[in-house]
Design a protein around this ligand. Structure first.
Ligand code: FAD
Length: 1008
């Protein structure tokens, strides 16, 4: 008996022979597309620019805009094609409309390469031709990202229409193999689950399934009546578990339990794939009705690797291409071995993967009419033809829709077809030999491993994604690794959070002391902290400090300063790392506490704890970098060393909106630099403050070095700011209080040793500009999140959306329906985006602003349904806002968005810069020239291009603004610690009678 490998080779060779009998190109259409692909494969810079140009083109309406973008993308290219392109650009300048027309036609042609038709009537022309060639179809509706329930309902309606049309038009069509045709209905529709529900949140599968089931049912019912097949496509990893769960729920019970014409996709590039497939097969066995699995490798490899690296998540996909190939083969076996339960559809263009499935089916004695091969429209025509000739069932995946919504699909295909790793490129562009292409992936993995030292194997993905930037010096943010965010896509994470919420709830009402000089201090007053989602619930109580406790705290801090300031910075850094480790251990519990105490949605609460951990680790590393006295300059005969001393007693006054992160950031910076600290949390987040104190105590902070005072800002805060023995004030909060502190600290009082240093972070009135060529899927999703995430209570939140006349209507239509679809509710529920505002005072103040808005501008949208109890403000959008109106100038700190319409980009920048604040700003555009302008001109401490304007990450986005947003400090940045330090230089003349040592050490530790 021959081995499976030789069977694979034999079948593979046969496929190649058949391909070579009808030499065709890789893609069905030649011309412009072929040329572009050839150029892209030769030049990475061209490829990036070309893909970006293709991405923006459909959204450009005027010829002039097209030419301008062409010029911006290609004119400056420094490569072999530059002269050709530059000539093209010059010609285009003279005859813009002709050039624009030609360009648009060529790019549309390129898209038509992969999009089978605009609508059903259009696609039927293709399907008929394929049918004549014995190729079946599955049709997929292309769509923009679904941002609202309106758009989701439209998608569902289009699916129904398409089903009707396909069924009508294919009446009388027969199965090409005429055998086992009942397993393969003629009409086959591929559905994208994320397009049916706009608020799908990985943390909340129950909500997603509850919303998706009623939308799917009419489609499935109609499909069943029409004898059609429905397939659930698989999208990014964030949606995978929900899609699997939805499939099992929908087809596991009731109406559709005995319906066999349903399928789902398994992506072999996922490490989870085998476990998922095994569970599906078990489920199918128990269900007792057949179903189908389309096995693919997966279309989002680049996206998944980028996303997981950005968030510090375990990467869900394999790093090496042969690993995906091997897994595809292992899963092929699993599918075919369970043929009595599941029908297999192999979705691949890779001849090795296809030949392997064929050989395996033969080995297991499975007739070739009982499974099928599926390939994409517009690709690998010769392979399809070969498979038909060999007597296999072939189905083509045919996307239907308009060019603009088809862009992300097109870009995925372009990426796939130019990928260095791809089979099609290797076969059709690089003419790699059949023998090489048919090699066993196991062998390739073995070979890769043999060629690499053991330690570097996990780092293969790193090689593929070199760090940004070309400098050899690592940038400051690279000195440590950010802690990963919790990935709520996993059931385990969701369960841990639920348990933590239960446990924290069980501790409601507990009392916490002040901590002064390491001792617990109780006073005769207790301050309650309530749950803003349910104000009758008291999360806990903390003893309230008055002036006597404030005095004791200053004394304790002053007394502890001498020793702490001389404690080696390494020890201080380890204290921070110890605190970070404890926060990591208590991560879910702390996040749950934030959900209750300040109404943060799950992911936001987790992000806050992550940031606190990052602050500790980043500042610890930073201190190690700057802690040692360092030679200032090489000069003979003299040694000068600069180093730092701590300033003294630091008062930390923090806000409630990032109740652990900001408090911890300021405290850890003060501690690691050798200052002693009085920590005063916001009155609305005192339990979080008490927890942070507990954490630092457990980490071993010496008595008096960190003191915890909870009390009223107007009493103890004001007293301490003015105190002669306080040397530094680190404050984050409102402009009103910040300015008072700034002013008061400027007064030198009797007995004061130092000029007080104020580290001051205040609010913002942050603008986002959406340019006329912006990607609206992205711009609207991110604007909604920036404005309404955590109820607009982030100092970085978007509050002024600046739109150009030109695309105002288009943006507003989608923006308003996206806002209408937002989930408002108790933050304890997973997946809530808009929870309560912090307290009654905030609630009233925001309501007042809404009334002001109603009198100044036009109320364009206000949510109607919010929970009856709790401090819930409905998301609110005003239009017709002018830059000088109060709602456009004053910080509201709530879910209220002002939309300002401007005639052009010049005015957009003017309006963006025309407030007292300069904290964050956002700009959405696909014009390189306009992006450059935004980078240069927007007045903000943090300018974000083509992404949300909130969510700064320690080390990556040093955070803080100027003008009335703050004193220009950058929390989480390389320079932040310097504000907590006094620089000092010691110079020694080391010359003795004209003799000086030649060697001078770079660092000297003796005067630390
Ligand atoms: C009919 C059909 C339906 C499809 N439906 C879906 C769907 O619902 N969901 C979906 O996600 N995709 C889907 N795809 C897309 C499919 O995932 C890609 O077309 C496919 O991955 C290309 O694989 P291949 O076997 O044709 O080519 P090959 O060239 O053999 O494989 C390329 C694939 O290998 C993987 N890969 C690339 N680089 C690496 C690396 N460094 N390490 C590990 N793996 C790597 C990627 O998945 C890449 O797409 C479908 C494809 C077809 C044909």
């Amino acid at each position: 008996m021959r081995s499976l490998q030789s069977e694979v080779e034999q079948r593979g060779t046969r496929i190649f022979e058949l391909i070579d009998q009808h030499p065709g190109s890789l893609f069905s259409k030649a011309g412009f597309y072929q040329r572009m692909m050839a150029l892209s494969m030769r030049d990475e810079q061209f490829k990036v620019q070309m893909f970006r140009f293709v991405d923006v083109l459909p959204s450009l309406r005027k010829s002039g805009d097209i030419i301008q973008h062409l010029e911006e993308y290609f004119a400056g290219m420094r490569n072999g094609f530059a002269p050709v392109i530059q000539t093209g650009v010059r010609v285009a300048r003279f005859v813009p409309w002709i050039s624009a027309f030609i360009l648009r036609r060529n790019v549309s042609g390129m898209a038509r390469q992969f999009i089978a038709g605009k609508n059903c009537a259009d696609v039927m022309k293709t399907l008929r031709k394929r049918h004549a060639k014995k190729i079946g179809f599955t049709v997929d509706l292309l769509g923009e990202a679904v941002l609202s329930e309106k758009e989701a309902d439209e998608y569902a309606a289009r699916c129904l229409d398409l089903l009707e049309c396909l069924a009508r038009e294919t009446q009388g069509w027969t199965d090409p193999l005429g055998k086992n045709s009942e397993l393969f209905p003629v009409v086959n529709l591929s559905v994208k689950i994320s397009a049916l529900y706009s608020q799908m949140n990985p943390a909340d599968p129950t909500d997603a399934i509850a919303h998706l089931t009623p939308k799917l049912r009419p489609i499935l019912r109609r499909a069943r009546e029409l004898g059609a097949f429905i397939n659930f496509d698989m999208e990014s990893y964030a949606h995978k578990n929900i899609t699997l769960e939805l499939f099992k729920t929908t087809f596991g019970e009731g109406e559709f339990k005995d319906w066999p014409d349903a399928g789902i996709v398994i992506q072999a590039y996922l490490r989870d794939a085998e476990a998922d497939l095994r569970k599906l097969i078990d489920w199918g066995g128990a269900r007792g009705t057949r179903f189908t699995v389309r096995l693919v490798k997966g279309a989002y490899w680049d996206f998944e690797t980028i996303k997981s690296r950005q968030n510090g998540w375990n990467c869900p996909v394999y790093f090496q291409k042969p690993e995906s190939d091997l897994n595809f083969e292992a899963l092929s076996r699993l599918l075919l071995e369970n043929e009595s339960i599941v029908t297999a559809a192999f979705g691949s263009h890779n001849v090795r993967s296809i030949a392997h499935a064929q050989a395996l089916a033969d080995e297991l004695g499975i007739d070739r009419s009982r499974f099928e091969f599926q390939l994409l429209y517009g690709m690998a025509g010769p392979i399809k033809r070969a498979l038909v000739e060999m007597g296999y069932r072939v189905r083509e995946y045919c996307p239907v829709g308009e060019l603009l919504p088809g862009m992300s699909y097109l870009v995925r295909r372009l990426l796939e077809n130019t990928s260095n790793e791809g089979f099609l490129r290797a076969k059709f562009s690089e003419n790699v030999s059949a023998a090489e292409l048919l090699r066993d992936p196991k062998e390739l993995i073995r070979q890769n491993r043999a060629n690499l030292p053991e330690a570097t194997i996990p780092a293969i993905a790193e090689d593929r994604h070199p760090k940004n930037g070309a400098s050899i010096e690592p940038p400051p943010g690279d000195i440590y690794e950010n802690s990963p965010l919790v990935n709520f896509v996993y059931q385990e994470s969701q369960e841990k959070m639920r348990i933590a919420l239960r446990e924290v709830r069980n501790r409601f009402g507990e009392k916490y002391p002040l901590v002064i000089a390491g001792e617990k201090v109780w006073t005769d007053k207790l301050t309650p902290s309530v749950n803003p989602s349910a104000p009758k619930e008291v999360v806990g109580y903390v003893a309230e400090a008055g002036i006597p406790e404030a005095e004791r705290a200053v004394k304790a801090a002053r007394a502890a300063f001498g020793k702490w300031s001389r404690t080696p910075f390494e020890e201080r850094a380890r204290l921070l790392e110890g605190a970070a480790a404890i926060m990591d251990r208590r991560r879910y519990e702390l996040a749950a506490l934030e959900v209750f105490e300040v109404g943060k949605p799950w992911a936001e609460a987790d992000g806050d704890i992550r940031e606190a951990i990052d602050f500790c680790r980043f500042y610890a590393e930073r201190m190690r970098q700057i802690g040692r006295p360092r030679l200032t300059q090489h000069v003979p005969g003299e040694e000068s060393y600069q180093h730092y001393w701590p300033r003294g007693v630091a008062l930390v006054i923090a806000p409630w909106n990032f109740p652990i992160a900001i408090l911890c950031g300021m405290v850890s910076a003060a501690l690691v630099t050798g200052n002693t600290v009085i920590m005063k949390p916001s009155e609305q987040s005192i339990i979080c403050g008490a927890m942070l104190m507990e954490i630092f105590q457990e980490a071993g902070v010496p008595p008096g070095v960190l003191n915890f005072l909870s009390g009223r800002g107007s009493v103890i805060g004001a007293h301490l700011v003015d105190h002669q023995d306080v040397d530094l004030i680190a404050f984050t909060g409102s402009r009103e209080v910040g300015l008072r502190i700034w002013e008061s600290a400027g007064i030198t009082r009797p007995g004061q040793r130092e000029l007080k240093r104020v580290v001051c972070e205040m609010g913002g009135k942050n603008p986002v500009i959406i340019d006329s060529d912006a990607d609206l899927d992205e711009a609207i999703t991110d604007s909604i999140y920036s404005a309404f995430g955590y109820q607009g209570q982030k100092c970085s939140a978007l509050s002024r959306l600046i739109l150009l006349d030109e695309n105002y209507d288009r943006v507003m239509e989608r923006l308003l329906s996206a806002a209408r679809s937002l989930r408002v509710g108790n933050s304890e529920e997973p997946g809530i985006m808009v929870g309560p505002v912090i307290d009654e005072a905030a609630y009233k103040r925001i309501q007042e602003y809404i009334e002001i808005g109603k009198s100044e501008a036009t109320l364009a949208y206000q949510a109607k349904e919010v929970p009856p109890e709790g401090y819930f403000i409905p998301p609110t959008i005003f239009t017709g806002v002018k830059p000088d109106m109060r709602i456009a100038r004053e910080e509201i700190f709530g879910p209220v968005l002002s939309v300002i319409k401007v005639p052009d980009l010049d005015e957009a920048f003017e309006v963006a810069n025309g407030t007292d604040y300069a904290l964050t700003a956002g700009f959405f555009s696909r014009s390189p020239a306009n992006i450059d302008r935004a980078k240069a001109e927007i007045e903000a401490g943090n300018v974000y291009v083509n992404r949300s304007c909130t969510g700064a990450i320690v080390g990556r986005h040093p955070f803080g603004g100027f003008k009335m947003s703050g004193g220009g400090t950058k929390a989480g940045g390389a320079d932040y610690l310097l504000q907590f330090l006094l620089p000092r230089v010691v110079t020694e003349n080391v010359t003795r009678h004209g003799f000086a040592p030649e060697e001078v050490p770079e660092y000297r530790d003796e005067f630390l």
